[in-house]
Design a protein. Structure first.
Length: 70
């Protein structure tokens, strides 16, 4: 999965490192020092998810709707 980064704030060295990592396949990346997570019994889906978009329904004010009906 490709992620988009704000490249305007990155130095040339950081951009080159990102290009090299992006060109690697998943098999080429060494993850031997990271323990594999196999026990997901205590996990909670969406624990830290906070949706930014919230729907808001507002009732139009009576004085505005009566003026538009004239």
């Amino acid at each position: 999965m490709k992620k988009k980064y704000n490249t305007d704030e990155m130095s040339e060295v950081e951009l080159e490192a990102m290009r090299q990592i992006d060109a690697m396949s998943d098999e080429d990346i060494d993850t031997s020092d990271i323990p594999e997570q196999t026990a997901w019994t205590g996990s909670v889906r969406g624990k830290f998810y906070d949706p930014q978009a919230r729907s808001v329904t507002r009732k139009p004010r009576e004085n505005l709707t009566s003026q538009s009906r004239r």
